[in-house]
Design a binder for this molecule. Structure first.
Ligand code: UD1
Ligand code: CA
Length: 435
C-alpha cells in the first residue's frame, strides 16, 4: 500500500454541468443555499478530510463557479480547478482530472457539486470503510422513499453490489429499487483511470457515466462496496428549484439546531432564517420572523427581532437589541445599544448604550457612493431622525424627533440638535453661539 493511501485522498468535485433542470442561465453549483453557493457547502465538508489534493472540475459558467470557489476562502487550502470543455457526462468529468493527478496513487474521492449537505463525518466513514475492506471502489448510497431521478444500486442475492443503473436506462423492476447512488464514491486511482478509458456513451443520455465504472471493476473481479448513509438529506442532490427549496429547509433546521445547542434561544425556528457562517453568542434570543444573512456576528445576551433583518457585515456587540422592522447592513451596534423599531442602519458604527429612536434612518447612499454614519456612546437619537451620511455624532448628544442631520454637519459631543436641517439647540449656558 502506498503512503498516499494513508495520507489524505485526492478529492474531485464535479461542477461543470449547466443544470438544465434549474431553468436558469446561472450554473447550478453557484445557486445560493443558506447564504453559500452550493459548491462552497461541498468544499466545507471536504476541508476536514485533509485531502492531498482538491480539484473542482468546471466548465459551464466557469468564471462564476471559480468565483464561488474563491469565495469559500479556500485559496490557501488550495482548491484547484480543471476544465471540462464539453459536458459529456460524470465519467468524462472525472477523467478531466486525470492529468492533474498524474503521479498520485492514493484514493480518489468523487463528490458532486450539487450534493451540498454532505457531512465530514460521513465522508470519513466512507473512506474508512473503503480502506478497511480494501475495496476497489466504495459507493455512498442511501434508501429513499421516492428514488425518482437517481441511479439505482443493483445488488445480487448475497447483497453484493453488482452495478449502478441510471434511471433513464433502468427496467421497471430496476426502477422499483429504493437504494440509490448518492454520486459520491471513492476509488483506488490505479483502477479508476483505466476503467474510465473503457467508458462508452451507449446509453439513454449519450453520456460517459461515472456510474458504469463500478460495473467494470466488478467484471474484473474487483471488490465494490456500497455504504448506506443513514440520513438521506446528507446525500440528496439538487436538480431543480423544488429540490433547492427542500434542502434549504433542511439546512436551515440544522443551522438553528447548532445555535440552540450552543445556548442561543430561537423562540420559533419555523420563522427564523439564519445563513451558514453566522456567529451568535450564547444567551442571545432570536425572536420570530427574523432573517440573518451573510457575514454577521452577534454577541452574547443580545435580543434580535421579532421582524428584524440583519444583513452582511452586521456586528451586534454584547447585549445589543434590535427589534421590529429594523434592518442593518455593514453596521456595528455597540454594547447595550438599542434600535427597537422601524429603523435602517447601513454603513453605521454606533457606540455603547445608545438609544436609536423609532424610525431612525442612516441615509448612506447618495446615488453613487455609500457613506458612513458614526454615532458615539450614550447618544439619544430622537424618533424619525435621518442621518445623511457621512456624518459623525458625538458621545452623549441628542437629536430631536424628526431631525435631519445633513452630511458633514457633525453633532458635537453633548449637544442637542433639532429640526430640518438640524441645528444645535441654543444652550441655556451663557456664551454659547448658534451654529
Ligand atoms: C448523477 C448520477 C446518479 C446519481 C445522482 C446523485 C451519473 C451518470 N449519474 O445523476 O447515479 O444518483 O447523480 O445526485 O453519474 N457534471 C459535470 N460534467 C458533466 C456532467 C455532470 O461536471 O459532464 C456534474 C454536474 O455539474 C453535477 C454533477 O456532475 O454537479 C452531477 O451531474 P447531474 O447531471 O446532476 O447528474 P444526475 O443526473 O443527478
Ligand atoms: Ca444531480
Amino acid at each position: 500500500m502506498s503512503k498516499n493511501r494513508r495520507t489524505g485522498p485526492a478529492v474531485v468535485i464535479l461542477a461543470a454541468g449547466q443544470g438544465k433542470r434549474m431553468k436558469s442561465d446561472l450554473p447550478k453549483v453557484v445557486f445560493d443555499l443558506a447564504g453559500w453557493p452550493l459548491i462552497r457547502h461541498v468544499i466545507e465538508a471536504v476541508k476536514p478530510l485533509k485531502a492531498a489534493r482538491t480539484i473542482a472540475v468546471t466548465g459551464h459558467g466557469r468564471k462564476l463557479v471559480e468565483k464561488a470557489i474563491e469565495g469559500a476562502g479556500v485559496k490557501g487550502a488550495g482548491v484547484e480547478t480543471v476544465l471540462q470543455r464539453e459536458q459529456k457526462g460524470t465519467g468524462h468529468a472525472v477523467k478531466c482530472a486525470e492529468k492533474a493527478l498524474k503521479g498520485f496513487d492514493g484514493d480518489v474521492m468523487v463528490l458532486l457539486g450539487d450534493v451540498p449537505l454532505m457531512r465530514p463525518a460521513l465522508l470519513r466513514s466512507l473512506l474508512t470503510a473503503h480502506r478497511r475492506r480494501k475495496a476497489a471502489a466504495t459507493i455512498l448510497t442511501t434508501l429513499l422513499h421516492d428514488p425518482t431521478g437517481y441511479g439505482r444500486i443493483l445488488r445480487d442475492e448475497k447483497g453484493e453490489v453488482r452495478a449502478i443503473r441510471e434511471e433513464k436506462d433502468a427496467s421497471p423492476a430496476e426502477r422499483s429499487v429504493r437504494e440509490i447512488n448518492s454520486g459520491i464514491m471513492v476509488f483506488r486511482s490505479d483502477l479508476l483511470w483505466p476503467a474510465l478509458r473503457r467508458l462508452r456513451a451507449d446509453n439513454a443520455q449519450g453520456e460517459y457515466y461515472l456510474t458504469d465504472v463500478p460495473g467494470f471493476l466488478i467484471e474484473r473481479g474487483e471488490k465494490v462496496l456500497g455504504l448506506e448513509a443513514p440520513d438521506p438529506d446528507d446525500v440528496s442532490g439538487i436538480n431543480c428549484l423544488a429540490d433547492l427549496a427542500d434542502l434549504a429547509w433542511v439546512a436551515r433546521q440544522r443551522i438553528l439546531e447548532e445555535h440552540m445547542e450552543r445556548g442561543v434561544r430561537v423562540v420559533d425556528p419555523s420563522s427564523v432564517y439564519v445563513d451558514r457562517g453566522v456567529k451568535i453568542g450564547a444567551g442571545t434570543t432570536i425572536f420570530p420572523f427574523t432573517v440573518i444573512t451573510g457575514d454577521v456576528v452577534i454577541g452574547k445576551g443580545c435580543e434580535v427581532g421579532p421582524f428584524s433583518h440583519l444583513r452582511t457585515g452586521t456586528r451586534l456587540k454584547d447585549g445589543a437589541q434590535v427589534g421590529n422592522f429594523v434592518e442593518t447592513k455593514k453596521s456595528v451596534v455597540g454594547k447595550g445599544t438599542k434600535a427597537k423599531h422601524l429603523t435602517y442602519l447601513g454603513d453605521a458604527v454606533i457606540g455603547e448604550k445608545t438609544n436609536i429612536g423609532c424610525g431612525t434612518i442612516t441615509a448612506n447612499y447618495d446615488g453613487v457612493n455609500k457613506h458612513r454614519t458614526t454615532i458615539g456612546d450614550r447618544v439619544h437619537v430622537g424618533s424619525g431622525t435621518v442621518f445623511v451620511a457621512p456624518v459623525t455624532v458625538g458621545d452623549d448628544s441628542t437629536t430631536g424627533a424628526g431631525a435631519i442631520v445633513p452630511s458633514g454637519r457633525d453633532v458635537p459631543k453633548g449637544e442637542t440638535v433639532v429640526g430640518v436641517p438640524a441645528r444645535i439647540l441654543p444652550s441655556k449656558k451663557p456664551g454659547r453661539k448658534k451654529r
